[in-house]
Design a protein around this ligand. Structure first.
Ligand code: ZN
Length: 483
């Protein structure tokens, strides 16, 4: 069988360490059970150092903080685990299926529902590009997650489908993924849609939140105009008998209402349609007084609530939840694989259920159980050695040849650690070509003196350009911490 470079490397570093180990007489240390998680991790590092002291430890050993959750007794045990290389699993780029609603700005057009079946590594930015194959959307559309009728989260451009799905599933309520059209250069203001229950006087949500795009500097009067405009087709319909032909916009409507009534308060004139409230940071509902002087920014609302009148309720509740089903849907049978080193790290630190071969002895249950394990980096070594798990199934001789993109400089693993860690720069790569049965190794290394990269291929050595360094052949990566 062919020698595995990662195995050889581990053996070599171990032997080298033992030869250089300043601790000649290793004392037996008992495993202490420590309740405090951080103390437990620090203790395991101390124990490691009491038996191991060499330049290899100083430069290359790090420490994982692993939390092991026993599904039987629901107990979590935290341990520290020293490491010299990190074997990173390569996540499968599976496709995920979900429904998405596109919500146009205003109620003149119906929302559109469509199906997506896309690679889990696709991010929000890429999702939007794909959606453009089906419908026209602006730059200003945002993907948001709803829990029930409430806005739960606005997903950032780099959030992946896998993360969205995970976030959605973490919510116990019914969750929807929405794509909201917005206006450019504005702040968003969630708008709850409700009516008052006749029997209980309770304010009930009748639809999912809508998103207003407004300028923070607008007056309350302008905000009223914005809301009337958003629901203009409803407003026209509700009082069709009087205004349909003669009134063409919200400003005119307000002027007309002021002319034809003895009431002078605009919010009272609008009450046959709806009442508008702001929701403050305590979650309280406060009536919104119409004012041309007062600014929205002065009130600092978290969201708005529109409460439709009894007269409007039937029309609104009949139309507000309607949507159109888009006949086309986006299905990727063979998603383009674009996996980055960050995906591998995220996958590595996320919870995994230990298989039978790696089952954990739970001291509480006094038996081996298949626990769930999550890992974070507690101590990051100066030299970080990462091996991509390309050889999953030795028996079958299978190799995962997927391309994993990795950064040459500024690799940041702080997100997978409990502590801020300086960034890492790549200085060497071991490449493997072919399969497990018969393959070929080469290596790239950077010459520290001239800052140039070289390829080592058997007896040949030649200079290479930086853009040749990242390939699907990469197997072991060597990074050096910046500090
Ligand atoms: Zn247990």
């Amino acid at each position: 069988m062919q020698q595995d470079s990662q195995e050889i490397l581990s053996l070599m570093l171990d032997d080298l360490h033992e030869d250089l180990n300043k601790v000649k007489k290793k004392l037996y240390v008992e495993n202490k059970v420590i309740k405090d998680p951080d103390e437990a991790v620090v203790y395991s590092w101390k124990m490691h150092l009491s038996r191991n002291q060499s330049i290899i430890v100083d430069l290359m050993h790090g420490l994982f903080k692993s939390s092991i959750f026993c599904p039987l007794c629901k107990q979590t045990v935290v341990i520290g685990e020293p490491f010299c290389t990190i074997s990173l699993p390569i996540p499968k780029n599976q496709t995920l299926y979900f429904l998405m609603y596109y919500v146009p700005y205003g109620t003149k057009e119906l929302p559109i529902r469509f199906e997506l079946n896309i690679a889990q590594s696709t991010n929000v930015k890429e999702i939007k590009q794909k959606i453009r194959q089906l419908i026209e959307i602006d730059e200003q559309t945002s993907i948001m997650g709803l829990a029930g009728y409430h806005l739960k989260r606005i997903f950032r451009e780099e959030t992946t489908v896998g993360e969205i799905k995970k976030d959605v599933e973490a919510s116990s309520q019914t969750t929807h993924i929405m794509l909201y059209q917005q206006k450019p250069e504005n702040v968003i203001l969630p708008l709850m849609i409700s009516f008052e229950d006749e029997l209980t006087s309770e304010i009930k949500q009748i639809s999912y939140v809508r998103i207003l795009s407004v300028n923070k500097k607008i007056s309350i009067a302008e905000l009223y105009i914005e809301v009337i405009d958003y629901f203009w087709n409803y407003v026209v319909e509700i009082h069709s008998d009087i205004h349909k032909d003669s009134v063409s916009d919200p400003n005119e409507l307000i002027k007309r209402l002021l002319l034809t009534s003895e009431k002078t308060k605009v919010e009272e004139l609008l009450a046959p349609y709806f009442e508008l409230f702001i929701i403050n940071n305590k979650g309280e509902l406060i009536p919104l007084e119409y004012s041309e002087q007062k600014l929205l920014a002065d009130l600092n609302p978290t969201s708005l609530n529109i409460i439709w009148s009894r007269k409007s309720r039937i029309l609104v509740s009949q139309s507000i939840n309607k949507y159109e089903e888009h006949k086309g849907h986006i299905v990727e049978k063979n998603p383009e694989l674009h996996i980055t080193l960050n995906h591998c790290f995220k996958f590595f630190v996320s919870a995994e259920t230990l298989d039978e071969d790696n089952s954990w002895y739970c001291s509480q249950c006094k038996t081996h159980v298949q626990c769930t394990k999550t890992t974070t980096i507690y101590k990051a070594p100066k030299i970080l050695i990462l091996a991509l798990k390309r050889f999953k199934n030795f028996a079958l001789g299978q190799k995962n040849k997927v391309f994993v993109e990795y950064p040459l400089t500024g690799f940041d693993i702080s997100g997978y650690a409990n502590i801020p860690i300086p960034k890492y720069n790549l200085y060497a790569v071991v490449n493997h070509y072919g399969n497990l049965g018969g393959g070929h190794y080469t290596a790239f290394t950077k010459n520290e003196l001239n800052d140039k990269w070289y390829l080592f291929d058997d007896s040949n050595v030649k200079e290479v350009k930086e853009d040749e360094l990242v390939s699907a052949a990469a197997y072991v990566l060597f990074y050096k911490r910046e500090d």
